[in-house]
Ligand binder design. Structure first.
Ligand SMILES: Cc1ncc(COP(=O)(O)O)c(C=O)c1O
Length: 378
């Protein structure tokens, strides 16, 4: 079949890294894993410490300026978040953003926790609402995604982030920031890293989007006095994590090829690769859905849009017609905090869009198609 007759399509659903990024990783990973086995031998093939591979914990500790004893490295960001939720007393109240990573909410609910959503603004959390909730409900944790938020793409201002931390401290709420998109900023600026003190905040992160989902590695930085408790939960759940992966990642970081600007590093490459894709998404959303996204995104993997004309009764047929036209989307209600779902439904169909795996033209085509279908919907 010739290119002209190939049916165009795009799947806005799955937030996966670009294939070319993973291909570029092949020689680095194959060399890195070989080196890890040769260098550490049975140390990484045997049971190891449940809190992770020491050299990687040391490097992560250094990068956040904390004692590495406070770092637990696991098999992905979700695993460490899940273990953290597991470590809380069942039935804990967790404050979340009005829209957040759906899997973490489902997971928290499985442990019997209650979720309370607080509105997002274009610069972070609605602070008055957070204060109100924190005064009314004895919450154990606030969980937020401050950099290039999943699913909205919002980047918190530093002031907002610090105000959230302050409120949490005053109310003895553990403040947990999921920073897995911090390093993925494509607009030429750098995000200001979060300062960690003795009390916190807790940091959770992942190498899934900055290295590879298949290698599955993530970590959590805890307040000193929480490490022992969490360590027991970790040890009883999975003993040690995948050690060869952690040794490979430690070597990658140490080599300077991951994030050191002296070299042509991998993170720089990713940011350059994803920038035109992000620009295409921002341009198309502004052209076709002005005002329907909370912000122009500046990095990460996601943006969100609310399609006003698609009322709840039209959702199913609209998603089906989009699918038939080659545009994969879904309603993102699972990503909305239960207490705010009804309100958010009034803005129309809420959907999360991802872009890093696609070409700019494909993204532009997909957004234009969505607009065309929305106009046609009745
Ligand atoms: C906000 C957020 N946290 C955590 C994760 C999960 O990371 P991992 O694949 O390392 O479990 C993701 C992945 O998409 C994410 O978007």
């Amino acid at each position: 079949m010739g290119k002209a007759s190939e049916k165009k399509s795009i799947n806005f659903l799955r937030g996966i890294p670009a294939e070319e990024a993973l291909s570029r990783l092949i020689p680095i990973a194959s060399e890195g894993y070989e080196k890890a086995i040769n260098r550490y031998g049975t140390d990484v093939l045997q049971y190891g410490h449940f809190n992770g591979f020491k050299p990687l914990r040391d490097l992560i500790g250094q990068s956040h300026h904390v004692d590495p004893e406070r770092v637990i490295v696991g098999n992905g960001g979700l695993e460490v978040i899940s273990l953290f939720f597991k470590s809380l007393p069942s039935g804990s109240n967790i404050i979340v953003e009005e829209a957040t990573y759906d899997r973490t909410m489902v997971d928290a609910e499985r442990y019997g926790h209650n979720l309370i959503g607080v509105e997002l603004t274009s610069t972070g959390i609605n602070l008055n609402q957070l204060k109100e909730v924190a005064n009314k409900i004895p919450a154990a944790v606030f969980y937020g995604i401050p950099f290039h938020q999943n699913p909205t793409g919002i980047n918190y201002s530093e002031e907002n982030r610090q105000a959230v931390e302050q409120i949490c401290r005053e109310q003895s709420i553990l403040c947990a920031w999921d920073i897995c998109y911090e390093l993925l900023r494509y607009d030429g600026n750098k995000n200001t890293s979060i300062t960690v003190s003795e009390w916190g905040p807790i940091l959770m992160s992942s190498f899934t989007k900055t290295i590879s989902p298949g290698t599955k590695c993530g970590y959590i930085v805890l307040p000193k006095d929480y490490v022992e408790h969490m360590g027991k939960v970790v040890a009883n759940t999975r003993i040690n994590p995948n050690l060869p992966t952690q040794a490979f990642i430690a070597d990658f970081i140490e080599s300077g090829k991951y994030s050191d600007f002296k070299y042509s590093d991998f993170l720089d490459y990713l940011c350059a690769l994803y920038k035109p894709k992000m620009d295409a998404l921002n341009l198309s959303l502004n052209a076709h859905f002005p005002g329907a996204s909370p912000v122009d995104i500046s990095g990460g993997f996601f943006a969100s849009v609310s399609l006003k004309k698609i009322t709840p009764d039209k959702e199913e047929s609209f998603i089906k017609s989009a699918q038939e036209a080659g545009v994969g989307i879904a309603a993102a209600w699972d990503a909305v905090a239960p207490n705010l779902r009804e309100k958010k439904r009034k803005d129309g169909l809420f959907t999360r869009l991802t872009f890093p795996a696609y070409e700019p033209e494909q993204i532009q085509w997909g957004i234009a198609k969505l607009k065309e279908l929305e106009e046609l919907s009745r």
